[in-house]
Design a protein around this ligand. Structure first.
Ligand SMILES: Cc1cc2nc3c(=O)[nH]c(=O)nc-3n(C[C@H](O)[C@H](O)[C@H](O)COP(=O)(O)OP(=O)(O)OC[C@H]3O[C@@H](n4cnc5c(N)ncnc54)[C@H](O)[C@@H]3O)c2cc1C
Ligand code: SF4
Length: 509
């Protein structure tokens, strides 16, 4: 008699997958909470809770629909804590005749399951996860023969392919990109909306994680865990986004402020990355909502949001599969410094970092510009080793899964790939941070000063970064201007000395 074992990983909670269209008594679905996954990096406690809770909810739902599910809690005595061991044992003991899994999104797991498939004595098949808009290889093939990958070219192709914000072959309203309208600082507190949370008591699951000895970081409110962990909750969050946040999403997507951690961001990344909802249904819903509310919502807001999902998100996935495993080793600037201890506590005098890190530890969340232009910017200017930076980002955020974390961190934020993801490093002095909001108003440092006791570290470190990497960056046509400005500056040595002094005392900044 044929017996199939199908593995569902923690980020494969796609109830619309064709696997689930009918029940089949010869199929058993296997889901496991394993130390292999809790321990490969030190995760935020909210991230571990969110994944386990979402997995349990998903398993319950499958059971209700009549599917057979074998679920191992982390503290189950039968749990081998490792996919290879558990699956090999099950196949042997329960006489399965076939093993199936969905393509994992992580290179590490992809290799592991491929090897496992070869080692098992039964037939093994890997199927698509039916989540993304493109296949793993699409981007690589799309840019075949081209020297550089360009997000904008890829994004336009996605718009055309899926007929999103299009009028025939042309972009709706004749414009592809509204980025220049979307860079405002938030001046009016009254525009802010209360976030939609889905409060849950998670005491039991937290106790289990702690008792098992899993090392985590960050805080959580055990009786009001706020993240959506089911498809229903995720769809509610999407509705909330459309009604309350979309009207201002684009305009303030780059704003930095102490007023609110979420601003007009959707908080949908966990729901999408765990596949509770699909990127296409999110963008279709947003487009549809905008079509019906054009008098209240400008196209710039909608285009800004859609670009993040069918552009950046999908593009990052393509880069990941085109460039792994080499990508994970890249260190273009040969940076080698350790991440300061205050990245784990938020205890720094630099207010922008204190706010962004503090919020990340409290909520397992920071929005894109906090990640890119505050924490990432500092790490790059200070010359932190990309491995250190990756470990931090991979652990701390609720949505951190390697395919989208590493491409954003090592690629976009640290330019450790030498220009695969972006055409130039995203670095700035205090000027940008000040322009985008109110962090500098409450800081021990002076955003206008480059040298002196109170000078903002970003200012001298910014020029130090350019000066020390001149050979690697000067020929970049988008950067040449910076060196002409630097060469004309009068107090170069003073600025470099200031930066050196800050780097020597990085733990005390
Ligand atoms: C250094 C760094 C590390 C990051 N690490 C991660 C990560 O581990 N996981 C992750 O999902 N995102 C990551 N991002 C991208 C982005 O910051 C988050 O997706 C976003 O902040 C999630 O919050 P949100 O759902 O409220 O996003 P919104 O601002 O509401 O955006 C909507 C959606 O667009 C997608 N998106 C936006 N920007 C990007 C991007 N650059 N790459 C991929 N998708 C994007 C996300 O799915 C997001 O949910 C990182 C960015 C940087 C600069
Ligand atoms: S002054 Fe400098 S360190 Fe302080 S908040 Fe502004 S940019 Fe950050």
């Amino acid at each position: 008699m044929s017996k199939t074992l199908r593995l569902i990983l923690g980020d494969q909670l796609n109830s619309k997958h064709s696997w689930f269209t009918k029940t089949d008594s010869s199929v058993t679905y296997l889901m496991m909470e394993v130390r292999q996954e809790t321990d490969y990096v030190r995760h935020h406690i909210q991230k571990v809770v969110a994944f386990f809770l979402a997995m349990r909810t998903f398993a319950d739902q499958l059971k209700k629909e009549g599917h057979q599910v074998l679920y191992f809690n982390l503290n189950d005595p039968e749990n081998k804590q490792d996919f290879d061991k558990q699956i090999s044992l099950l196949v042997e003991k329960e006489n399965y005749t076939r093993f199936e899994y969905q393509h994992p999104d992580e290179y590490r797991l992809d290799q592991q399951l491929k090897n496992l498939g070869q080692a098992l004595s039964i037939e093994t098949q890997a199927v698509d996860s039916e989540h993304f808009l493109t296949s793993r290889e699409f981007l690589k093939d799309f840019f075949k023969g081209k020297k550089t990958y360009l997000m904008e070219t890829f994004y336009r192709e996605m718009r055309k392919k899926y007929d999103i914000l299009m009028e025939g072959k042309e972009p709706l309203t004749g414009q592809w990109n509204y980025d220049h309208d979307n860079r405002q600082a938030l001046k009016d507190k009254k525009l802010l909306k209360k976030p939609l949370i889905h409060p849950k008591n998670v005491q039991e699951i937290v106790q289990m994680i702690e008792k098992s000895g899993v090392r985590t970081m960050g805080k959580l409110d055990e009786v009001n865990f706020p993240w959506p962990v089911s498809r229903e909750e995720s769809l509610e969050l999407l509705d909330h986004f459309c009604e309350k946040l979309l009207p201002n999403f684009g305009a303030y997507q780059d704003a930095l402020t102490t007023w609110d951690p979420y601003l007009f961001h959707s908080r949908l990344s966990f729901s999408m990355n765990s596949k509770l909802v699909s990127p296409l249904e999110v963008v279709k819903k947003v487009e549809e909502y905008w079509q019906d509310h054009q008098n209240q919502i400008s196209i710039a807001q909608v285009e800004g949001f859609i670009r993040q999902i069918i552009g950046w998100r999908e593009y990052m996935r393509g880069i990941y599969w085109a460039k792994m495993p080499e990508f994970a080793e890249m260190n273009f600037f040969d940076h080698d410094r350790k991440l300061p201890e205050w990245f784990w506590t938020g205890k720094t005098k630099m207010n922008c970092l204190k706010e962004s890190i503090g919020q990340s530890l409290d909520l397992a969340y920071a929005h894109h510009i906090q990640r890119l232009m505050v924490t990432g910017n500092f790490a790059l200017l200070a010359g932190i080793h990309p491995d250190e930076v990756d470990q931090w980002y991979l652990g701390i955020y609720i949505d951190a899964i390697e395919w989208v974390e590493i491409t954003n961190t090592r690629g976009m934020s640290q330019f450790a790939d030498g220009g695969i993801v972006g055409t130039k490093p995203y670095v700035s002095s205090a000027n940008y941070i000040k322009k985008q909001g109110n962090y500098c108003d409450h800081c021990a440092y002076d955003s206008k000063e480059k040298v002196g006791e109170k000078a903002c570290p970003f200012n001298s470190l910014y020029w130090h970064f350019y000066a020390r990497n001149r050979e690697k960056l000067e020929k970049n046509p988008r950067i040449g201007m910076m060196y002409r400005t630097w060469d004309k500056m009068g107090n170069k040595q003073e600025i470099l000395d200031q930066a050196e002094a800050y780097l020597a005392n990085i733990e005390d900044l």
